[in-house]
Structure formats: C-alpha cells, structure tokens
Write a new protein. Structure first.
Length: 344
C-alpha cells in the first residue's frame, strides 16, 4: 500500500509548515513517522552531516535496478541502532508506509525558517537495505552509523548538487565491529517480517559468517570489516570478513550453488582490481566462504582466478581448499585441497 497523490511535485521547495499538514508527522527530527497518513518523512541536510563526517546523496552509478540515494540514520551519540526513527524506515513496507525524501536548501529570506526540496517517494532497496559504516558522533568518538539505501518509486528529481562526489583514489577503511553489527541488525529485521527465499539465503550467509568469525578470533585472527572506496566512483565495496593478521579477504555465501559462487567471485575480482593500487605489508589472499564444498567446475573456476575456498565440513568445522591467491603474481599455480572428500 502506498500513499495517495500528495499534491507535491519533485523539485517543489517547501517549509515544514507546508509539508506536515499534507503528509503528516510533526516536529523537526530528521526522520518523522506519520502513522495517520501512512508516511515516513526523511529530511536530509548536508551541513548537519558534515559535522559528523558523512554526507547523504545519490550514488553517481546506477545498478541493474536503477538509482540509489544513501541516507544516514538517526542517532548523534554512540552506535546507531534499528530503533526509533531508524525502525520506521526499516519497517515502512511491512506497515504500508511510503518514504518521502526532502533535502534542505537554505532558509526563507529574512527568517530562520528552513526550506526543503521535495525529491520524491522512495522505498528501501530490497537487495541491500542498509550498510554499516564508521563515523564520528557529537563527542568526536568513533561509532557505527546506519546508511540506508533508498530507491525512488515514482517521478523524482536528481540534481547534480545532490550527488555524492567520486573518490579521487581507492581507499581502505577498517571497522572493528561493523560487520557483526550489520549481521545482527539484518537478523532482527528478518525476524520482524515474513521471510522470502532471498531472506533465507541471507540468513544462511550471515550465520556462516558469524561462525567463521568466532572460529578465526579464537585462533588469534583479527577479523574486521573492510570498506573499499573505489577510484572515480561514489559506490563502495564492504566486506564483513577481512583478517588483518594474514591479509585475507573472505566473501561468504549462503549456498555452494553456481549463482552464489559466481556472485562472490565477481565481488572478489572487483575488490582485487582496486586493491592492486594499494600497498600491502604481505600478499593479499582472496577466499570464498561457503556452507559446503562447491562442485568441481566451480572449484576450477575459482582456481583459474587465484581464489581459494573455505567451506563448512561434515563435522561443522571449516576446511580449506586453497592455493596461491597472491595478487602480485601473474602466474596462478595449482591449488591444494585440505580435508576434501575423496572422489568415488
């Protein structure tokens, strides 16, 4: 269920006094649920975001489903959580509410009344609703923030001034707890709605990642989230499982089937392309983490690209099908298989 026609057109410049009587909600919060009108109003202000080291805006690159607007959640101190206004965004579809996005564009001349440009109606990206990133809070302390990925669902306005700037160079950031937090928040969200096949696959992927991180931490590994800003791009790649101890990047899958393996391969190849321009203290290793050993042709495919496999074995532990995944080598050598099943 979506909201009836609002009377507002994308590009309209409005004050809150003009907005709230039509769309509902009240006050001056960045996220304003309007239960009676079945809306959630989102107000973005780049000047506020800059105080805390982030900026909302359009990604310059569309994906296969179209454009994405990234919007940082509510909470000025400590880690942002999927509660309050953030829960209103996460649950908008299940509660039959529409997201309406506005961007601050200055003040009414001669007053302190802020004006807002109406961007249009939105919904959460169904494939990846949010990311967890690190930013400063109002006390200048590092914390995790929720960055929602919004997709327009009706006519919208997309000005260049509202588009995020491209990264001039590839850059890495490492977040201590962002990966675990993202998996925890996704798990909470799945429990609040009727799971789809994609949700079940995502749950299997997150459970596998949790188990592997616990195992690596117990063995002395330092697992963090790697966030990769790509040169000349506004998009970012985020990997929940990066072992700083041995410079190994893992991409977990919810299945050992062909589609899951090839998607993981594409992610790792893209990461390697951009990581080659950065300096590493030791050779970078790339691994796919799977709930079972993939079939032989998929193992061969990964081997051709210098990517190893860690899979869950019959005992519930993890076994490694690995080889030379060093990105500095132009020659890919054969892989070794540890604890692999013996061919019949």
């Amino acid at each position: 269920m979506t909201t009836p026609t609002t009377g507002f057109q994308p590009g309209d410049i409005l004050t809150r006094a003009e907005i709230h009587p039509v769309l509902g909600g009240s006050g001056y919060a960045g996220i304003c649920p309007a239960k009676e009108k079945r809306n959630v109003l989102l107000f973005s202000d780049s000047k506020v975001g800059e105080r805390y080291g982030y900026r909302d805006g359009w990604l310059a690159e569309d994906d296969a489903l179209g454009p994405i607007f990234t919007y940082t959640g509510a909470g000025k101190r400590g880690d942002q959580t999927p509660s309050g206004g953030n829960s209103a965004i996460l649950e908008h579809a299940s509660k039959g509410r529409t997201l309406h996005l506005f961007i601050a564009v200055g003040k009414v001349p001669g007053s302190d009344t802020r004006r807002h440009k109406y961007i249009g109606k939105f919904k959460l990206d169904e494939r990846k609703a949010f990311e967890i990133r690190e930013a400063k809070d109002e006390l200048e302390q590092d914390r995790n923030v929720i960055v929602f990925r919004l997709r327009p669902i009706d006519p919208y306005i997309r000005d260049v001034s509202d588009t995020l700037p491209a990264a001039p160079n590839s850059r890495l950031r490492f977040h201590r707890s962002a990966g675990r937090l993202a998996r925890s928040y996704r798990r909470q969200r799945r429990q609040q709605q009727q799971p789809t096949d994609a949700d079940l696959l995502g749950a299997a992927r997150d459970d596998l990642a949790d188990a592997f991180e616990e195992r690596e931490a117990a063995a002395g590994g330092n697992i963090v989230q790697m966030e990769l800003s790509m040169r000349n791009s506004t998009s970012q790649l985020a990997f929940d499982l990066y072992n700083q101890t041995n410079n190994t990047l893992y991409e977990p899958t919810g299945s050992a089937a062909s589609e899951s393996i090839t998607q993981a391969l594409a992610q790792l190849l893209r990461a390697r392309h951009h990581l080659r321009s950065l300096t590493h203290d030791q050779p970078l290793q790339l691994m796919v983490l799977t709930p079972a050993l993939p079939q032989e042709d998929l193992r061969d495919l990964l081997a051709e690209h210098g990517i190893g496999i860690v899979y869950r074995n019959d005992s519930g532990d993890f076994s490694e099908f690995a080889g030379n995944t060093t990105t500095s080598s132009s020659t890919l050598r054969g892989f070794r298989c540890v604890d692999c099943p013996v061919p019949a």
